[in-house]
Ligand binder design. Sequence first.
Ligand code: PMP
Length: 429
Amino acid sequence: GHLSVQQREMIARRRRLLGPAYRLFYTEPVHVVRGKGVWLYDPEGRAYLDVYNNVASVGHCHPHVLEALCRQARTLNTHTRYLHDSALDYAERLLGHFPSEFGHVMFTCTGSEANDLAFRVAKAHAGGTGFIVTHYAYHGVTNAVAEMSPSLGSSMRLGDHVRTVPAPDAYRNSGQDVGALFARHVQCAIDDMRANGIKPAGLIVDTIFSSDGVFTDPPGFLAEAVAVMHKAGGVFIADEVQPGFGRTGGQMWGFQRHGIVPDIVTLGKPMGNGHPIAGMVARPEILAEFGQNLRYFNTFGGNPVSVAVGMAVLDVIENENLIDNAAAVGARLSDGLEELAKTHAMIGDIRAAGLFVGVELVSNPRTREPATDETARVVNGLRARRILISAAGPAANVLKIRPPLVFSNDNADLFLTALDEVLREVAGR
Ligand code: PMP
């Protein structure tokens, strides 16, 4: 390949020091040394347009967030077993963004821990252990949630208490009521648990189905499945680690597009714009059993520095109208992609909610055969033009387009022009 000596050395060093389980993006990995807004920079000062990073959601190195972080780090950082206002002020502010049914916030450092905690809370409340996830879900790294994360790899052994259901895919089930279909699959999974002596505890979904391949429409398709799980005595957990904090445009949380009120919501990634803060938000009645019998302490979760960062992120989302921006720029991006679909037969489907966009590439629009190799070439072709995206879905044939929420119309146009060129190149035209 065309890797430089320095790149080769770094890759070998990584392998030697971090071991065999880590993966890099792109056939020519990107070496970054700083970031600002929607841009990342390599050691030579070349800029890369970040069309992928949903963690640095309010923009890389946002000055308001940095200021809050430094100010609090200079003043005090400790755990949650002293009286301190910051976690309370933040919890209050965060709950203000939730439907009134929600009453409590519990802090963690990662999305995995938040889901792990949600799993424990659900089990305590429902008095069962059975969990339903989608076929290609990802919910995190702890043993409990890795056992509910089939996307970790074909050799990932799911828990005996875990059942999977197909994600609500309106492209491959066109003409069908995908909400009803999804609910039927959930009911079958519940029946199967019961037949095996397992009591259902809950259904957990990423409300944008990002690892399954990004499924957005029609809004409302989750409602029936949630009702089915409630009827079975289990809870519904909305994993908002990816869609949360305004990304879907028009609303703060992905579940709101579906007109439902979950029992538990888990948060992470964009919550601290890169700083590790995550959490679980719950209805008080769901948390009662867990809180009665167990105590909870997370050394770093909810520390004053992390919550100061979380607070500053909320300031930026509100002050810079980022939810509206996600809706507006997301619409421009989707319109541009629809335009490209007219000339690129490879584009089989475009699924978008605000600045979360999936573009499914197929080698034949009629049979909808996944264009897995072509998708990898598109992702690497864009990388060669210093535009960063990735791919999702079990066949890795869905372009995952998920830029920071400060993405502008100009940024969107730059991306669309490059994608047009790369699709032409990959199609051999
Ligand atoms: N849930 C979803 C939907 C995720 O995408 C991720 C991270 N990719 C997690 C949970 C786990 O979050 P973390 O990496 O912060 O543990």
